[in-house]
Design a binder for this molecule. Structure first.
Ligand code: S3P
Length: 183
């Protein structure tokens, strides 16, 4: 695919795939602003994601994450690196917005890698639905269910198990430089 000018770089993938950590580093290196849609939702409502799930319900959270994405997509002349929530790509109506306003990169990891990253996490309501002993199975099932959506991304970036953060960023940077033109 040709280079894309003046568009956002959207990082998508399962919880624990490193969208926020890698996104922030990538943005720093590219001297672009960084935004995390979970944080935008939290700021908009003045509650944490966990509290939104508890008090307003998942359905309302999904509406809110779509709203912040729609606002971001409209502003694509000011390119940003954007970390999406793990469930955003499952929203069918998110795709026309993602495709028209940016380049999408799927940060792909195995269920085992993801489990390792999220098993001590206590701020992800979707994962609290499983008992600790069933968490790996829950991650495997949800990943299987969501993979067809994640795979719609323009690029799939397979995160090497053995890479440290600097090496991961180097590889990611190469992918972005080959495919995304920022000025
Ligand atoms: C969710 C992922 C979370 C957050 C919410 C729901 C999901 O974001 O949006 O807890 O359904 O996968 P992260 O992927 O940044 O953890």
């Amino acid at each position: 695919m040709g280079k894309i000018k003046n568009k956002h770089i959207y990082l998508l993938g399962f919880m624990g795939s490193g969208k926020s950590t890698l996104g922030r580093k990538l943005a720093n290196t590219l001297k672009m602003p960084f935004l995390d849609t979970d944080v935008l939702v939290e700021v908009k409502v003045g509650m944490s994601v966990t509290t939104i799930f508890e008090k307003l319900g998942e359905q309302r959270f999904r509406e809110l994450e779509f709203e912040v994405l729609a606002e971001l997509a409209r502003d694509h002349e000011n390119s940003k690196v954007v970390a999406l929530g793990g469930g955003t790509p499952v929203l069918e109506k998110a795709w026309p917005l993602l495709q028209s306003s940016g380049t999408t990169i799927y940060l792909q990891r195995t269920a085992e890698q993801l489990y390792d990253h999220v098993r001590h996490s206590d701020h992800r309501p979707v994962l609290k639905r499983a008992e600790r002993k069933d968490l790996l199975q829950h991650v495997q099932n949800l990943l299987l269910e969501r993979s067809p959506f994640y795979s719609r991304a323009d690029h799939t970036f397979v995160c090497g198990d053995e890479w440290g953060i600097d090496e991961t960023i180097e590889h990611l940077l190469r992918l972005v430089e080959e495919n995304h033109e920022n000025n």
